[in-house]
Design a protein around this ligand. Structure first.
Ligand code: ATP
Length: 238
């Protein structure tokens, strides 16, 4: 329904310079739902997330919880309740695990943020054990969990995740996706996930869209895309 529509995207174009990367990108996401964006390297998945968080130029309309976001700088967009876990995680290597978590809570009161840091250390004991150590010493999977926890520290209504599986072993990737799935559910947080690993991402998503050369070439229920062998061969290279 219109009331539960959290994100409404209708972009004519978006990109970095004179030549746009994205064309006619339109989709909606309801409160607490999950959308996955699939597509080959260079299709424009990362650019789509960057357009939503004010990190690249975009023409058209982006509405979040009824408020227009297009043209706002990244820090103003974050205040609306959108957290972004960028590709490559974006944790600060020289800061400790605890300091990285606190960075995610800067929009909240120090007391609330400190209480939430405690929650995340319990939830991910491997982070708790390494609280006072620099993030640079964490494994890839631990850094991804730290980046996810940091995003949730802001208590966002929407989390954007850019290739959470990047560089991780299959077993670790499965753990990371299980954590994303559980957290999204527990907090009722909407998720927008960009991912190369179509099977894992579709398994936790409600809906999916596939990008090719900066355009949406197909979309549908995640379960339908999961079961569509022709489509998977054509667009996802599997
Ligand atoms: P990947 O999985 O490789 O990140 P992607 O689907 O996320 O792929 P994008 O990173 O969005 O793709 O890139 C889409 C297009 O935009 C590519 O042609 C890329 O070369 C171009 N592009 C990406 N970042 C920039 C930038 N900072 N400046 C100019 N062009 C860029």
């Amino acid at each position: 329904t219109a009331d539960s529509r959290l994100l409404q995207v209708d972009l004519r174009s978006a990109g970095y310079g004179a030549v746009p990367v994205l064309h006619d990108i339109a989709f909606d996401l309801d409160e607490g739902r999950r959308l996955v964006i699939l597509g080959a390297n260079g299709a424009g998945k990362t650019t789509t997330l960057r357009a939503l968080t004010g990190l690249c130029a975009a023409q058209g309309s982006i509405r979040f919880a009824g408020a227009p976001l297009q043209g706002l700088p990244a820090h103003r967009i974050a205040r609306h309740g959108i957290a972004h876990v960028p590709q490559g995680r974006g944790t600060v290597p020289d800061l400790t695990v605890r300091e990285n978590l606190l960075l995610g809570g800067t929009l909240r009161s120090p007391r609330e943020a400190a209480a939430d840091v405690g929650f995340w250390m319990d939830r991910f004991p491997r982070l708790g054990e390494r609280a006072a150590r620099p993030a640079s010493g964490l494994s890839g999977g631990e850094q991804q969990l730290l980046a996810i926890a940091r995003a949730f520290m802001a208590r966002p209504r929407l989390v954007l995740l850019d290739e959470p599986s990047l560089g991780l072993a299959p077993k670790v990737t499965a753990e990371v996706f299980a954590a994303i799935d559980e957290l999204g559910r527990a907090r009722g947080t909407a998720l927008l996930i960009v991912e190369q690993n179509a099977a894992l991402a579709l398994a936790i998503a409600d809906t999916a869209l596939v990008l090719e050369s900066g355009r949406i070439v197909t979309r549908g229920a995640a379960a339908d895309l999961q079961g569509d062998d022709d489509l998977r061969r054509a667009y996802l290279g599997v």
